[in-house]
Design a protein. Sequence first.
Length: 654
Amino acid sequence: MLEGLLIIDMAQFLSGPSAALRLGDLGARVIKVERPGSGDICRSLYLSDTDIAGDSTLFHAINRNKQSLAADLKDPRDAARVHRLIAQADVVIQNFRPGVAERLGFGPAALRARNPRLIVGSISGYGEDGPWADLPGQDLLAQALSGAMWLSGDAQDGPVPFGLSVADMLAGHVLVEGILAALVRRGISSEGAHVETSLLEALIDLQFEVLTTHLNDGGRPPRRAAVDNAHAYLAAPYGTYRTQDGWLALAMTPLETLAPLLDLPLAGRDPFAERDAIKALIAVRLVGATTRHWLDRLRPHDIWCAPVNDWPRLLAEDAFQRLDMLQQVGRGVTTTRSPVRIDGARAGSPAGAPGWANMMTRSSPNSASTRIDRRELMSLSLLALALLAQTAPATQQSATPPPRDPRNWPTPVMDTAAPKLPPLRRGAVLVLSKTNGFRDPEQIDAAKAVLAGIIRKQGRDVFETENAAVINPRDLAKFSTIVLNSTSGNIFDDSQRAAFKAWVEKGGGVVLLHGAGGDPTYDWKWYPETLIGAQFIGHTGRPKQFQQGSIDVIDRSNPATRDLPAKWVRTEEWYSFDKVPSGNCTRILATLDETSYEPFPERTRMGKTHPLIWTRCVGKGRVFFSALGHKAETYAEPLHQTLISGAIRWAARR
């Protein structure tokens, strides 16, 4: 139906990608734009412990039948390539927070100025402006704000959310409706459009039936049944009832018809005013026999009823199997199919979700850094590759950046499957050495060995890993302290960031060593601004990278600095920061005497107070940062080991 149309899916999570999925099922080609390195957040957003080919089942379900393009929209070269692709597209789907697309240069107005026939579909949480505009557009929060939680559950229950991401899915469906209407209009007028909706609008529309009643009956709130509620506004017997061996759903039925079948005195009673009492009588009667008994008794009399199936029973039903709603797609994933049949044929494609190996990058296909498997190359979007090749300026095609040493610049990998932990005693220490940015393998390995020895000498268990998926609530609960051993780059996905932040704020202790605070930029602002308290801006550069300098230990009340000399002379790659950390009970423990070495380049000069070692409070947690430790041999120095040992004891409150 939509063959020949190109959809650019710039969305993440569920709402936008689900809309792109539906358009892809109808025949359109969908190219998904993902972050380099981490990809769509849904790749690591797990609904269970099931991992398929490195991605979550959620990602497979919501992104089947798509190709993928890795692009950093903040990078001018990547942004230019995406713009050239959009210039050839029919539809762009976004779900940025309000204002973000405009700041990146991908706002609907800017895109349509470049391509007047373009249809831009946007999903927000609660609209583009107003007091809720900047709130997180998350499904549960949208349900909470929408009023819909007071429609499910029984009268004595609190608010009951849907057991599905209903706001996301509905917003995706609503957006598809608008996009299809805009495509029809474009066929008539050649004019593009900006189609907008939000999670909140989708949920309000979902409630149009009952909300209309509320708006016209004097504003009375919905009143849920006290017994087996299934609809706050419908009379008895409407509900789900326990039987001897399961559950039975009973829909709208005249009480006069139902009374003799259940042998209950229901005739003549008011199904609205006496709803709870009537339903209580029915509940007592139905639990006395099996579901099959009641179906055989009620259905011959045209009573609307059904067994309440779980998934295994549904999948085994002949009625379900006849619908042919399941399919196996790429990478061995079994999932659902499009619910739409057109001229007797079900829309859709058996293509699976894009894997890491077949994600298009801005690098040349001949570069090893693209991570493209030649056997999978043909499965890429040939249209996208052709467009990028045709529209890329000749200077960009010929300019190839010098190769980086893969030992120092490993290919970024986002970890999704947590490592198996050994038995650990209370107070264990996690040493995380994950690098998705710069890596000095000799330094990291030397630090690992020393850290393990120090921690065991303190009588504590240690677990060392380079798998950042260990940062999850279940595993974090087993540790009192985390040492970030020169971690670099974007190593945490959004769920891991949330778990780490919550763990720290609840009282966890963190020790950050050298490179763990040495990235020139962070897309997770909480990390430099709150956890560390300052942004790294550079270090002494070549040919004067490693210089002897003098450290002033100005606070010796901390176990880490208690046994250090007041003047500590050593050779180091000296770090500089955008400011002196303050607030959050910050204590500067040691500073660098800038008269003792040559700050080079000049921008690394900080002045009288040049902090190197400090502590902070983050919520109830403790944070210790040391900028020292670039060279492997540093970790063999007794004073440096004294510093690290004291830092770990302080962070763990020992």
